[in-house]
Write a new protein. Sequence first.
Length: 187
Amino acid sequence: MEDWAIVVIVVGTNIITNILTWFLTNRQLTHSDKQFERRLKVQGEENKRERRQAVKSEPLLKLRSELARMAAKGEKVASMVINLPFSTEGKEPVEKFKVALADWNTYMAGGEFQQVLFIQYDFVLVGKVYAIKSEYEEARYRLGTYGNWLADADKEKEYVEALNVVERNRSKIAEVQSEINKLLEEL
């Protein structure tokens, strides 16, 4: 075989190999680019979904926290009232009761709870929470009429009614908390 034929065969083989390599590399890059674009699109959609979920869940989480906070303050005051008639420690339990009641009053008058209600998007849930808040306001008012209630049967009746409101609201709060959790799971 002649030298020029060997050179043509080698050069031809190299050209064919390079063309095939270029073609396969180009296909891989095109496929890689398309796959990258698909991943970006999926990631973008997932980020949007997560952001929507975060935006919708934030008000519900705040409501759940504030509802628990309000209930805890009411429970604290109610538990102190239960212990007052049986207290033999003098004025200390009464002062602790007054401090707890003042703390509850400050919280309710502070407006944080109201702000959390205003950012909600489920108006049925807001109605239920507002009803609970109104009952707590009533209980707070009744407990706030502190005086010589041990000697006054009418005042004792007010306290018993206030304690009943706090007791009833335990189950209502549990129901609302359950609804909030369901709404959060749906997001």
